[in-house]
Design a protein around this ligand. Structure first.
Ligand SMILES: [Zn+2]
Ligand SMILES: [Zn+2]
Ligand SMILES: [Zn+2]
Length: 114
């Protein structure tokens, strides 16, 4: 089980001790590099608590861009439903997919900070 370590504690707070006192079999990745987090972390509770990344998402099935609007603009989620596209509400194909292990918000390219 690989947790995400931020400020010396696992995000999921399963153990309130420093990692040196964790039971065997539990490791961590540091919060600093987001790539490493999504690649190596395996603790679901930790992954859920990572700040959502804003990214430009495309449905792998129909290829339309995925926009998180309305309640999904504020509700943290990892699995996206192809529904709202730049063409308007309910114009997606209904496909469900998970672009990353950590939460994401699908935004149009104009609102992604570079
Ligand atoms: Zn954890
Ligand atoms: Zn789709
Ligand atoms: Zn979404």
């Amino acid at each position: 089980m690989i947790h995400i370590l931020k400020h010396g504690l696992s995000l999921c707070q399963t153990f309130l001790d420093v990692p040196a006192k964790w039971p065997p079999g539990h490791l961590w990745v540091s919060f600093e590099s987001e790539d490493d987090i999504t690649k190596y972390a395996s603790c679901d509770d930790c992954l859920k608590l990572v700040e959502p990344a804003r990214s430009v998402l495309f449905c792998p099935k129909c290829g339309k861009q995925h926009l998180d609007v309305g309640e999904f603009a504020t509700r943290v989620h990892r699995t996206h439903l192809c529904e709202n596209t730049p063409e308007g509400p309910k114009t997606g194909c209904g496909h469900l997919w998970r672009p990353k292990k950590t939460p994401t918000f699908g935004v149009d390219s104009a609102s992604v900070k570079v």
